[in-house]
Design a binder for this molecule. Structure first.
Ligand SMILES: Nc1nc2c(ncn2[C@@H]2O[C@H](COP(=O)(O)OP(=O)(O)O)[C@@H](O)[C@H]2O)c(=O)[nH]1
Ligand SMILES: [Mg+2]
Length: 331
């Protein structure tokens, strides 16, 4: 089975091989692992890389004991939890931390002066039957750019660019975020081009969130951004409106390109919590693989209850599932 690695992988791998500093090498290794698609074709690659990472860790820890000085930088990596990892970025004071506080149980510092958030902070957002991890970050501006942001952005599944629709400097603030990331070889885009038209870049799917909407003059900000970024999905939000927050949650889910599949045991009712998460187009076999590789190998067929199939219709292993389908495995 081919590994089907994204082009950025090869770039990063070259960097990984060249890197001499063990701490930096460890960071690159972790980034490679996060970027590697997880399927049978990459099993061996994953195992090799994990072995290298663990060796580097030992090397660093050994060195620390001896010298007692070196710290592993962890600001640039947040352990992935839930169905997906979504990062909130943007200019100072745009409302990133307020959104994290409104959408999750996390309690980031919020203030009406810029540069309140210095470190990334994660929280879990409930959306119907699943949870999505949101990461609040320090601002991006000409005055401040935390380099740990780069890795966080590269490993996230989706970028929310939060901008303040009431800001008098909206155009410049927004363009600065795009430009500073471009300078660092990260391109925010509406959809990821296939194949990527600039192989040295990491392309990240981005939604523009026009925040503090419903304040005076915020529609001027909205129109301005629609004019500047016509191909991007632009969504309005405000922490003062539950409707807007729920709308934003739905947009986040839809943009992730994932589906939820619920399992049921033969002769029992389905369990409509804790779904299996698959990319759109994921098959019965993919669903079985998330349980265990052996399980997928032994699978004879499945029955599906859902949108496209009649209740309990028997399907083959390559049947593409839909969001909300219920599956019963027969082995
Ligand atoms: N009117 C309005 N103010 C907001 C909204 N969200 C955040 N703010 C205010 O904007 C300021 C900056 O918010 P904060 O979340 O700290 O921004 P950050 O720097 O992007 O993390 C604070 O005074 C917030 O109370 C909103 O939806 N509407
Ligand atoms: Mg903040």
């Amino acid at each position: 089975m081919p590994a089907n690695l994204p082009p950025q992988y090869y770039e990063l791998e070259r960097e990984f091989r060249r890197e001499q500093d063990p701490v930096e090498k460890l960071r690159l290794g972790q980034e490679l692992l996060a970027m590697m698609p997880k399927h049978k074709g990459t099993d061996k690659l994953q195992a090799d890389l994990k072995a290298k990472i663990s060796k580097l860790r030992q090397q660093i820890e050994g060195g620390q004991k001896k010298h007692g000085v070196r710290h592993i930088e962890t600001l640039d990596h947040i352990e992935r939890e839930g169905a997906a990892q979504v990062i909130l970025i943007g200019p100072p004071n745009s409302g990133k931390s307020s959104l994290l506080a409104s959408l999750t149980h996390a309690r980031p510092p919020i203030a009406d002066y810029p540069y309140t958030s210095r470190e990334p902070l994660a929280g879990m957002m409930d959306f119907e039957t699943l949870q999505i991890q949101l990461i609040d970050t320090p601002p991006i501006s000409a005055e401040q750019f935390e380099s740990h942001l780069l890795n966080l952005i590269r490993s996230a599944d989706l970028i929310l660019l939060i901008v303040d629709s009431t800001s008098s400097d909206l155009k410049n603030e927004t363009e600065t975020v795009f430009r500073l990331l471009e300078d660092r070889k990260i391109r925010l885009c509406a959809t990821i081009p296939v194949p990527p038209d600039a192989p040295q870049f990491t392309f990240k799917k981005t939604i523009i969130v026009v925040h503090k909407y419903w304040e005076e003059n915020s529609n001027i900000g909205l129109d301005l951004l629609k004019g500047l970024y016509p191909v991007f999905q632009i969504v309005t939000s405000s922490v003062l409106s539950d409707e807007a927050l729920n709308g934003l949650k739905a947009v986040i889910f839809e943009s992730l390109g994932i589906i939820r599949v619920y399992t049921k045991r033969i002769g029992q009712d389905p369990i409509l919590i804790d779904p299996i998460i698959l990319p759109i187009g994921g098959t019965v076999e993919d669903a079985a693989n998330t349980i265990h590789k052996d399980f997928a190998q032994k699978l004879q067929f499945a029955k599906v209850w859902g949108k496209e199939k009649f209740d309990g219709q028997r399907v083959k292993n390559n049947f593409a599932l839909n969001d909300g389908d219920i599956i019963e495995f027969h082995i």
